[in-house]
Ligand binder design. Sequence first.
Ligand code: ZN
Length: 266
Amino acid sequence: MGSGESFGIAGKWKGVLSYWFLQWVLLCLALVLLVSLGGGMTLDGAVAVSIAATVWAGLISFGQLAFVLDADKVGGAREVGRLRRGISRLAASLLATLLCLHIWWLIIGLGFEAAGVYGDPFTVILLGGTGICFVGGLVGWSMVFWGFLAKGRREERYALLAKRLLLGTGVCAGCCLALGFFGVLIGGDADVLVAVLAYCIPAVGGGAIAMLGCVLYLTRLARARAPWYETHCAACGYDLSGNLTVTQCSECGSAWKGGLEVIRGA
Ligand SMILES: [Zn+2]
């Protein structure tokens, strides 16, 4: 292990690969459950489920990589990579936006289903509203996350954001379930709930599994990297080990208390 990796997680790849494998197994099981709900499982169905689960797991892993990109590549040389930062924030905003859109689609779909209206007004409101909600959500969530992530240690902030997004998937699942039960009430047909579940589980369940992986990874990363902050500015990454008595970072001017803790411990 090189000196640059001393603030990383020991056994990182073993942990990541184990989680990815577990993630794939969980997704396979979820799909089997969904297919069984839809009516029976055949051998051909099992093959199709495996392929679908693999694609699904690939997409989730891609999202996880994007989410941790900004926090992952710091430590020995903590430069701010604008591209990495943008990708991570976009991944977080996309997940939050998709969760909100799910509830929107359900409300509109069930509303029109209850009113018995199909065709033009349904399509126009669904697509138009979806477009507006998507752009608005992406911009809105990006602004919220931008301010939230700018404070403090990067991996800690991302870990906290992942925890909140995990909570968000729980809230979204609760809303979808409530809407499903509401649909059964107004439609008088239990199949509505099955349809709502089949519609929600892939995105909401996938989002939860994705964020759980990020929480586990980033929490360990934050713990492993804590010693690095004793000699480096959390805001800009400047190495302050030359003079640990300063109260402000000599590079960016941020308040700095790490050095005091080091001196007291000496
Ligand atoms: Zn600084």
